[in-house]
Design a protein around this ligand. Sequence first.
Ligand code: PEP
Ligand code: MG
Length: 824
Amino acid sequence: MIGIVVVSHSPSLANAVVELALEMVRGERPMIAIAAGTGDGMTGTDAVRVADAITKVQGPDGVLVFTDLGSAVLSAEMSLEFLEKSTTPVKLTSAPFVEGIIAAVVLAAAGASLDEVETEARSALLSKQSQLGDDVGDDVGRKVGGEASTAGRTAGSTAGITEGITEASVTLINAVGLHARPVAMLINAVRPLQARVMIANRRTGKPAVPVAGPTALLALDGRNGDVLELAASGPQADAAIAAIRTLVESGFGEMDAAPSDAAKYDSVAPAAQPHRPGPIGVSPGRASGPVVQMPAPVAMPEAGATIATDARQAESARVTDAAASVESSLLAMAERTSGTAREVLETTAMMAVDPGLIDGARDRITSDGVSAPEAVWAAAGAIAEELASNNGLIAERAADVRDVRDRVIAALTGAAPPGVPDRSEPFVLVARDLAPADTALLDPSKILAIVTAEGGPTSHTAILARALGIPAIVSAPAALDISDGTIIFIDGSTGELVLDPGPELVASVGDSADEVPVFSGKGQTADGLAIDLLANVGSPASVTEAVKAQAQGVGLFRTEFCFLDRTSAPTIDEQVAAYRPVFAAFPDRKVIVRTLDAGADKPLPFVTAAHEDNPALGIRGFRTSWRRPEVLADQLAAIAIASAAERANVGVMAPMISTREEAAEFRGLCASKGIDVVGVMIETPSAAITAAEIFAEVSFASLGTNDLAQYTMAADRLDGELAELNDTWQPAVLRMISAACLAATAAGKPIGVCGEAAADPVLAVVLVGLGATSLSMSPRAIARVAAALVLVTAQQCRAAAALAIAAPDAAAARLAVTHVLATR
Ligand code: PEP
Ligand code: MG
């Protein structure tokens, strides 16, 4: 962005103009410095102060200096001599002081170059001149040049298509008409396009003005109901007209706002927002049922008084009884399951009454007089430590011993056993948050809905709930106070949570499930642009779902989900066994395997450190291979073997790539195992803005919008309080996506989206408009996304993308695109 310096004889005048200009922009603004007065309270100007002001705002894009009159110009000229040699271009402009500064601030905020801003600022009087009847027709023509001057002459008529010029008329439907914010949106939408657009207001009959500077557009005096005549020329004339039409017809995203709210958009300070936006609906569907709170994890028992010698026998017997009751409840659970789950429960039951554990605890009570819970904690700790010192499967049993320990202690203290509660009747699970391992074990036939106090829309609780089709709400801390057994109603789309719902609400449960459209198996827009609709999978159950949903392949195979309960690295054979069924389910279809994305929200003890100060910014994803190269090497070997044994078209991609070097290194590692379809996830801002370099190394990329939003907005994706920031609709995130898509188009390589954003049917239209070539999502979302895409043309997708990018914030972007799609 260029910097702006305002040189004036009067500080009050300069401040007032700058204040007025800043009212025209929301979001990022250019740096502005004022050099006004002589510094001793006198009216006048001073060259040294001007030089200081220039130094304050100078940057690589240059500085534009405005002056009011007389000696201000002289001081500005002299100031250039005081400036240290610098490469920053500095331009003094003869533009009008008020109109010029306003035009410059708006255009600079939209990212225009120094020359563009200066040209527009100098023309800023044109609208006033034309309004007051000065003869400015030639000036307008000169300003837009060639074809555009023709456009200027034809725009006032409804003559249809003139050769090389696209014409259209649109009606302003928003209450306040063309006020400052819509004007800025129009300029932002047209600026990136190779097109010149003229616009006239049929009601006033005044000459057309270019969609370039705010003052001319404001002077159109566009009011609700006015018809605007548009004429555009240049290679992207059609896109420009479509973008403007989209903006105008969506009411500039103001249709749900009262007129006074629309005016508020112009205010410099954004309205105060509540910080915690919850409860947030993250997995659609309605449910009603009794609450069961997830028990708090068992803590280390506090050391109590020494047990009297004559009471130690009875205290020891408590251990035996507690262990026996844990055994029988685990066996009862095993009875109700089958297959591997049953075997696991039976083995755990056996461990509960293991003499090593029981005798170890009893001995401690007898000899040291510690309480039963303390004794069990210590005895189990010793066994777990010994097991953990081994490798492989033996070490993994340490986690089982700790689980048994917690169950026995819960039985001793009367607390609820740890983990997802086991109930014979379905219930609504309420928890502070769910660990990935807990969510992986959820039984959708038992869990009616999930409500968590923490977590955001892209937390793993949310992702898993969507994949399992369980309605879910996150960021609802008050839910922790609801007593077990209370009947609640939740709506996972709206975030509504009602205690003791009436019969009407309860009867509405299941309503939303009825309208699921049917997917034909081929994703495309109305005009036939093919967009592969793929599935995100992480477990055998999700593969079955993906096949059922007619997914065109797998766009994200989250391999770490196969190994969440492991404490040691899986062998190559174990991995081959886990990958083959996924490949086998999609013969001759694309399956993109992501190498282990361990760390942060997906810790895997065999690759990630037990403690990092900042795990999301730490050794996660591809970075774990720096410490444990053999884990990645084995995984690639396993993928190569599994891929050779099946017919799927397998591609491999690395998570959390930040540099071109990492992409090149990953490609090399894949090549050494014979894997040649190699890509990366673009989920860091660095990867998005260096995508051109990264595409030189790999053959495809997939946008991980969950992490891309988290890192772009510096907002932890697990923190529900930050959900408003952690939103792919944020203009900053959309621009990151756009940068990566532009690089993909330039390289002629495919770029998919596999973050949760792809599952939002409205956002999916925007993503396709930005250039995404495939979308991968939870299988259950595919049909709805397909249904949304097939209703719009590729051009409409691009117009929706232009609309979203031009919006001032996430909410306005979502509203504007939703409105335009609904009224299409
Ligand atoms: C993402 O970050 O968008 C993504 C798809 O990966 P994950 O959610 O597994 O981090
Ligand atoms: Mg990610």
